[in-house]
Design a binder for this molecule. Structure first.
Ligand code: IMP
Length: 194
């Protein structure tokens, strides 16, 4: 089974990645000596590459990164690539959620459509890379609901989720249809064909 060094520092993401990859790839922990990687690319692919390349070079082994954005149609696709810092450079999940709720306050339900998009990338020591994307469509709820998941999960109800937000689903249900799981499954196909 292929071994991939994890290049994502977010433990919430890493837990989901490990669950989806279980039985298909071994996810090794992110080396402690790798510092923070500035995620200042223009798009998700560029940020995933920055993270995966940094860890690949440090570890001398194939490294896997994820970069994710929430695209809200009524906000012209924001926060998108800026999802982690939507409420400011030091924003935590609750800050970003509060800003999103405030920005969406006047937007009526039919116009609250949104999607999560994930790009996952493996960088190899020989300089090659493989990337895949996963998308899940849904809506931004009027109020946060649920205690599971992380980030924007309490306000995102996937179209195929029977009205529940990601935070109201268990981990297995989220992983059955999430942007990240879809991207990882597509990546596993590419890794198999490599
Ligand atoms: P990044 O991919 O590290 O830039 O993270 C983007 C931000 O989007 C994170 O800080 C979270 O707030 C949010 N995010 C990423 N993935 C998810 C998810 O699966 N559910 C909810 N929020 C997420």
């Amino acid at each position: 089974m292929i071994e991939l060094v994890c290049a994502s520092a977010n433990p919430d993401k890493v837990a989901e990645m490990a669950e989806v990859l279980a039985g298909h790839a071994v996810l090794l922990p992110r080396p402690e000596g790798v510092g923070d990687v500035a995620e200042d690319a223009d798009d998700l692919t560029g940020n995933a590459r920055l993270k995966a390349q940094a860890v690949c070079q440090f570890a001398g082994a194939a490294a896997l990164a994820d970069d994710t954005g929430l695209e809200v149609d009524a906000l012209g696709g924001a926060p998108g690539v800026h999802s982690a810092r939507y409420a400011g450079p030091d924003a935590v999940y609750a800050d970003n959620l509060a800003r999103l709720m405030a920005d969406m306050q006047a937007v009526p339900p039919p116009q609250r459509t949104a999607r999560f998009r994930s790009v996952v990338m493996v960088c190899f020591p020989d300089g090659s890379e493989l990337a895949a994307e996963g998308v899940v469509e849904g809506v931004i709820t009027v109020e946060p609901r649920g205690t599971g998941g992380f980030g924007y999960d309490p306000v995102f109800a996937p179209a195929e989720g029977g009205g529940r937000t990601f935070a109201e689903m268990g981990a297995a249900a989220k992983n059955s249809l999430s942007h990240r799981a879809r991207a990882l499954r597509a990546l596993l196909e590419l890794l198999r064909d490599r």
